[in-house]
Design a protein around this ligand. Structure first.
Ligand SMILES: [Zn+2]
Length: 129
C-alpha cells in the first residue's frame, strides 16, 4: 500500500487532474517523443526535500512507467531523466528509451503523434467520476 500522501483522496484527485491536463510523458518529451502516454505523476521537488505534498500543476510532472522508474533509479533530483546518459529499456510501444539507439531510425515520424493516439487516449483514460 502506498504511503502518505499517495494514499489520500486529495492526492488521487490531484493525480487524475494532472494526468488529464498533462497526459504525455515529460521524460520522452525531453528526448523528442512528445506523445508517449504518461500514467505516473511525480513531484518536481520531492517531499523528502521539502517540496509540498499537494503542489499545483507546475509542481508536478507526468511520466510514463519507464521514465519514472529510470528517474527513481537515478535519484530524486528533478530532471534526472533529462541527463544525457544512455538509457536501457523500452517504452510501452517497444521503442528504445535511448534517443541515440539505432532502433530510433525505424520510427516513421518521431515528431508527429502516432495514428492510433486518439484510441490510446480513449482506451487508457481513467474516469473515476
Ligand atoms: Zn517516458
Amino acid at each position: 500500500m502506498a504511503d502518505w500522501p499517495y494514499n489520500t483522496a486529495n492526492w488521487k484527485r490531484l493525480r487524475t487532474a494532472h494526468l488529464r491536463a498533462f497526459p504525455f510523458c515529460e521524460g520522452h518529451k525531453a528526448m523528442g517523443s512528445p506523445y508517449v502516454i504518461a500514467n505516473t505523476v511525480d513531484h518536481r521537488v520531492p517531499i523528502s526535500e521539502g517540496g509540498p505534498a499537494f503542489p499545483g500543476h507546475d509542481g508536478l510532472a507526468s511520466y510514463c512507467p519507464a521514465c519514472h522508474s529510470a528517474k527513481t533509479a537515478r535519484g530524486t533530483e528533478a530532471g534526472a531523466v533529462r541527463s544525457g546518459k544512455p538509457r536501457r529499456g523500452c517504452d510501452a510501444e517497444g521503442n528504445p528509451l535511448d534517443p541515440s539507439h539505432h532502433w530510433k531510425s525505424l520510427r516513421a515520424d518521431p515528431v508527429g503523434p502516432p495514428p492510433n493516439l486518439q484510441n490510446q487516449l480513449v482506451s487508457k483514460g481513467n474516469c473515476d467520476g
